[in-house]
Every structure is written in C-alpha cells, then in structure tokens.
Design a protein around this ligand. Structure first.
Ligand code: PEP
Ligand code: MN
Length: 370
C-alpha cells in the first residue's frame, strides 16, 4: 500500500471500548434473524451480521436463502435500529445489498484470495458510500490481504476494517483456522490506524475457545470482536459447532476486558518508560553480542574454507540447540522460543560463513551485509 494510505476509524465516534459484530452464521428464517437481532440489541452490539450467500466448501451444504433473506435483514434493522451487515462475493450481490439498504458489507475469506473477484467488487463499489470489512484470505498471505484492502480503498471507500478470521491448515489443529497472530500484528504495525476485528468464531470452530481467543485479541489491541450467535446453535444450518446463544454471548462479553493503547496516568507512564529504557539497554547489548558472535562465525568460516570443511555441521548444531534449551528452561524461556531464535542466528551464521568462503548463492537468511 502506498505511503500516503491512511485509514479513518471504521466505527463512527470511536470510543474506548471493544466493538462487537455479532449474529448468526446464516440467515435461516425471518424469526431467527429478527429474534437474534432483538436479543443482541438488548445486550448491546455495534453491527448485526448474517450470511445470505454462504460460500460452502463442499456442494450440497446449505448455501443461504439469497435475496429473500435480505428482506429479513432489512426488517431486523427497522425493528432494532441496529446496523446490519452481510457478505458480498460479486457485483450482483452488491447490487441487491444496496437495494435492501444493508448498512455494511464484508468480503469473505474465500473471495479475498482472488484479486479478480475483489477488483470486480471494488469497481462496483465506485461512487457507493458503504463501510466494507475485509476478511483475511484463507491462505496466510499478508500481501494478498493488504492487496484487497488496497483495492477497496482505491474504489474510494472510506470506512474499511480488517477482519482476522484465521488461516486454513491441513490436518488436525486445535483451531479450525489457526490464527497465526504474527500476520495481524504485522498488519497493525504497517497500518496502525486500520480498524482490526477478531473473528474468534471462525478461528476457533468451537465454543470453548471463543472467550480466550477474543481476550487475546483485545490484549493485542484489536478494536473489537466478531462472534456468531444463534438462538439454537446445535441446530444451526451452518457452523453449528462454533455458534453460541445470545445468553452465552452476553456472558462472554461481560467478562472480556478492553485494553486501551495508552493512558494519561502519569505514574503508569513513568514506570513504563523506566522499564522500556531497561529493555532498550538490553536490546543494545543483544545486538552487540550478536555482532561479536558473527565475527567469530566469520573467523570459523575462514578456517573451514582454508581446510575445505563444510560450513554446516549438524552435530555441533544439535549440541548448541540442546544445551541452550536446557539453559533457557532455567530462565523461563520456552524450548520453542530458544529453537526459533537459535535457528535464525544459526542461519545468519551460515550465511556469513558462506560470504567468507565466497559462496555466491544466497544463504537461508538471504542476509546481505550492507
Ligand atoms: C462467515 O463469516 O460466515 C464466513 C463465511 O466467514 P469466512 O469468509 O471467514 O469463512
Ligand atoms: Mn460462519
């Protein structure tokens, strides 16, 4: 995205609280839509959601009621005063959504993977004033997510939010779509003003983890949470395992803690500054130690080169890994962290030794020394 790209807050009059988008996975009947909307209005949400066209992984599953359900959403809006949202996957969907006065649209994870589809929706959005939420693509490709946000913004849409719904994975994982938190964290780093919502329902795929995942997102500074709510989750026509009743939603919402980005409490600010200074000092030390370590690695590289010895020595690498993990445990550092950190250091070391030996091919870290 260009440097000039600036997002404006998605929610009007942003306040210091978590925002909630909730509603059934699919609009199933008029009573279900209106009943759920009324219950959620009472609990307090920002946007009521329901899927009208359902992108199903396999054929013969419930694919949504289409246009007739848009009338139910419009009625829910009229009866509750809530803003209503649905998924749009094509310009034809967008035409219908606008015809039925839907307030907000989202582009689903399976559509975001396809730049042709996203561009077609973006072109159809030109001249339309509607807030758009863009889910992450099902594959963990941050650039593709950013590209979709860019296309929508390029169409002149002002109010845009990103929805993090996790990423597909093969095989059994504890999540339906593992969150890979580093992706939304990087999105936030690149575009701090872009509103970020956590779709805990599609990340978890179950009810048990909804609260902890939602809280984790709020701990990371997300602006809000998206949860699928159904009056009778067990009999829902789609995503039954992850949907919750309005009562459970109310419970979870009452326990979630919103975390502000900052505060003007002076004592807190002073203490934080003090701790951060100590962190900065330690980071300086880390960099200087790493520099020294690489100096030694280059020296070793030179000896290996002179003696025609291979750079990579699996036995030595295993030895370092095992002994550092043991030491790490005594300092409350997880094996995973030690392994990841050492792998990065080791790769850099191999690259630098490669440079000394005169290898032309890029190394694992592709680390050119400037
Ligand atoms: C949905 O929100 O109901 C949906 C289909 O989500 P996703 O595009 O994230 O799979
Ligand atoms: Mn769903």
């Amino acid at each position: 995205m260009s440097d000039q790209t600036k997002f404006i807050p998605f929610f009007p009059n942003p306040v210091e609280r978590a925002h909630y988008i909730a509603g059934p996975c699919s609009a199933e009947t008029e009573e279900q839509v209106i009943g759920t909307a009324k219950a959620l209005k009472e609990i307090g949400i920002d946007i009521f959601r329901a899927g009208i066209w359902k992108p199903r992984t396999r054929p013969n599953a419930f694919e949504g009621h289409g246009e007739k359900a848009l009338a139910w959403l419009r009625e829910a809006k009229k009866e509750t005063g809530l803003k209503v949202a649905t998924e749009v996957a094509s310009p034809a969907h967008l035409d219908l959504v606008l015809k039925y006065d839907i307030d907000v649209i989202w582009i689903g994870a399976r559509t975001v993977v396809n730049p042709f589809s996203v561009q077609a929706i973006a072109d159809a959005l030109r001249g339309v004033d509607i807030p758009v939420m863009v889910k992450n693509p099902i594959n963990p490709d941050l650039k593709l997510w950013i590209g979709a946000l860019e296309r929508i913004q390029g169409a002149g849409i002002k109010r845009i939010a990103a929805i993090h719904r996790g990423f597909s994975a093969f095989g059994d994982t504890e999540y339906r779509n593992p969150p890979r938190w580093q992706m939304p964290i990087e999105l936030r780093r690149l575009f701090p003003e872009l509103t970020l919502i956590c779709d805990s329902s599609h990340i978890c795929g179950n009810r048990q983890m909804l609260e902890s995942v939602s809280q984790k997102a709020l701990d990371l500074g997300y602006d809000g949470v998206h949860l699928e709510v159904h009056p009778d989750p067990d009999h829902a026509l789609s995503d039954a395992a992850q949907q919750i009743t309005p009562a459970v939603f109310k419970d979870i919402k009452s326990r979630l803690i919103f975390r502000k980005l900052s505060t003007d409490n002076l004592e807190y600010l002073e203490n934080l500054q003090n701790l951060r200074r100590q962190i900065d000092d330690l980071d300086d030390e880390l960099i200087s130690i790493l520099g020294e370590r690489m100096k030694l690695a280059r020296k070793i590289g030179q000896y290996k080169g002179e003696n025609n010895i291979s750079i990579y020595q699996p036995e030595r690498w295993n030895e370092i890994l095992t002994s550092c993990m043991k030491k790490g445990q005594l300092k409350q550092l997880s094996d995973q962290f030690i392994a990841n950190m050492l792998k990065t250091i080791h790769q850099e070391s191999i690259d630098q030794q490669g440079h000394v030996i005169g290898s032309k091919a890029p190394g694992p870290n592709d680390g050119k020394i400037k």
